[in-house]
Design a protein around this ligand. Structure first.
Ligand code: G3P
Length: 216
């Protein structure tokens, strides 16, 4: 399973890329709104840092406007994937953009039906929001499993990006549900490294080595 970072913060992306574990980035208008730079500055900077797909979302709700924004975003860099919410005008635009060779990540997916429609329109990626489903008492991970099964049973070409990941346990859960990709907040990526036994192990290795007066 590939790991993307779900952020528009350049410093977080720079650091995660240094760790060598990041395959791409997803952003959304709420994440971009938290940053002081304009999105026009942020998007090319992210594309320079990351060797992989970078999702950038349209704001427009109307077909022609969506196409206009999508084409502008797609021109920024070959790795830009345009993100469009699942809705009729949006899926109409997905079909047109897919025909032009522009990859689209259909976002705000909360049901298998929405995923089916997005994939039918030609979405390269579909993004089920698992944390927000958990918030309302549904099982986000089960939706990921259902969409992956739909892709496999019907030989569809789309990939699943498990999004709205809230805690480290979501990550192996969506991996075991077959998700192709999980997009993580920086905080969750950092939490994935941690285990108290690793900390204790490092501490004792170093103190044993020092006590014995050894050198490398
Ligand atoms: O990738 C989608 C994500 O940014 C939404 O996360 O935590 O706001 O549901 P959250």
């Amino acid at each position: 399973m590939k790991l993307y970072l779900d952020t528009a913060n350049i410093e977080e992306i720079r650091e995660a890329v240094r760790w060598g574990v990041i395959d791409g980035v997803t952003t959304n208008p709420s994440l971009a709104a938290k940053e002081s730079e304009s999105f026009n500055e942020i998007l090319p900077a992210i594309c320079d840092l990351v060797d992989g797909p970078v999702s950038a979302e349209v704001i427009a709700m109307d077909y022609e406007e969506i196409l206009k924004e999508a084409r502008i975003l797609a021109k920024v860099h070959d790795n830009v994937v345009v993100k469009i919410p699942v809705m009729p005008e949006g899926l109409r635009a997905v079909k047109t953009l897919a025909g032009e060779g522009i990859k689209v990540n259909v976002t705000l997916i909360f049901s298998a039906n929405q995923a089916l429609l997005a994939m039918k329109a030609g979405a390269a990626y579909v993004s089920p929001f698992i944390g927000r489903l958990d918030d309302i008492g549904h099982r986000g991970v089960e939706l990921v499993r259902d969409i992956v099964n739909l892709i496999e049973w019907h030989s569809l070409k789309s990939e699943v990006i498990a999004a709205s990941i809230r805690h480290p346990e979501h990550v192996p859960a969506v991996a075991l549900a077959g998700s192709h990709i999980a997009t993580l907040p920086f905080k969750v990526l950092k939490q994935m490294f941690r285990h108290p036994l690793t900390d204790l192990g490092i501490e004792s290795f170093i103190s044993d080595w020092k006590k014995a007066g050894k050198e490398l």
